[in-house]
Design a protein around this ligand. Structure first.
Ligand code: SER
Length: 319
């Protein structure tokens, strides 16, 4: 990877991954591409920025040619809760957008990283220690696009030799950019509300377990899989990766260790509860550990400590 394009660079993962890639590969070698969200000053000032609409292939191709791109991190996507509200938009962005990226990659010899998700599993999938290779019959539009995306990436690799790679991300927790419209968003919102109001109303039931990961580990996963020795990869796309599994009541208890008067309340959103109930409690990520050395650094305790420290500084609120 010498010249990298990041789509969705203004999003939750993209805004931090782009800066990490710039640090690693050089500012000028990493092109950030956004569509509708306004880029931060840091993103704009630290390297090239372009507007791309992944649904219009010519806008992608123009940038790939201009910067002689050889690797694409394709992060532009619609998350699960928005996808349930706007299924056609989710299909357009998550599938037609991905197809365009893969076609441009095929034509111009680019490697492609595409994140899949815990959302690629469904209610019939084993919930605990969810295997790498298992039943995938998701009942959400997000899940439908994620499974199709995993298969598309495998297909472009096998059929056309495109160097496609990817992971199934769990909920990502971060303090720089807010996630937009996911089912796991509570795990970020809870920190903002705990600091601002000492109180959070959660839209999921207290015992809803899901896999989660702190942003530094997500960035590490995205970089490590793309740098992995291809000869060691038995799987290519959609590696299960996780760092912790918790439920709202567990993270609330962890936050209370620092903010003893923090209170969590519940007002269940049936749409997001149904999505969460259809996803695994905890994935088995041993294939990623064996094939490319995946190992997360943060668990619930160390993530909570760091999040509260960083966010209290950002919001200028004392813990
Ligand atoms: N964080 C995503 C969502 O909740 C899952 O991949 O939609």
């Amino acid at each position: 990877m010498k010249r990298i394009l990041v789509t969705g660079a203004t999003g939750q993962i993209g805004s931090e991954l782009t800066l990490a890639l710039r640090e690693r590969y050089g500012n000028e070698n990493v092109v950030a591409a956004g569509h509708k969200r306004k880029p931060s000053e840091e993103l704009l000032n630290s390297g090239p920025f372009e507007i791309i609409d992944c649904g219009t292939i010519s806008t992608v191709e123009k940038v790939v040619k201009k910067y002689k791109i050889d690797a694409i991190y394709h992060l532009a996507a619609i998350l699960s809760a928005v996808a349930e509200a706007k299924p056609k938009l989710a299909w357009d962005v998550n599938i037609n957008g991905l197809c365009n990226i893969l076609d441009v990659a095929r034509e111009h010899g680019c490697a492609v990283f595409t994140p899949s998700s815990i959302g690629a599993f469904g209610p019939d999938t084993p919930k605990d220690n969810t295997p790498q290779d298992t039943l995938q019959r998701p009942n959400t539009m997000y899940g439908v696009t994620k499974v199709a995306g995993e298969l598309l990436c495998d297909y472009y690799n096998k059929k056309f030799g495109v160097d496609t790679r990817g992971v199934r991300f769990p909920g990502i927790i971060s303090y720089v950019t807010l996630p937009g419209g996911g089912t796991t968003d509570y795990s970020v919102e809870i920190f903002y509300e705990a600091l601002k109001h000492r109180r959070y109303t959660c839209y999921l039931k207290p015992d809803t377990y899901m896999d989660m990961m702190y942003m530094p580990d997500a960035i590490k996963a995205a970089i490590d899989i793309m740098e992995a020795d291809p000869k060691k990869l038995l799987h290519r796309n959609a590696f299960n990766v996780t760092a912790m599994s918790f439920a709202p009541e567990k993270i609330a208890n962890e936050i209370k260790r620092y903010i003893p008067d923090f209170v969590i309340e519940y007002n269940i959103d049936p749409v997001r509860q149904a999505i969460a109930d259809s996803w695994p409690n905890k994935m088995d990520d041993s294939a990623a550990r064996e094939e490319w050395g995946w190992k997360p650094s943060y668990d619930l305790a160390s993530m909570t400590k760091d999040m509260l420290e960083k966010l209290s500084k950002k919001l200028e609120i004392k813990i």
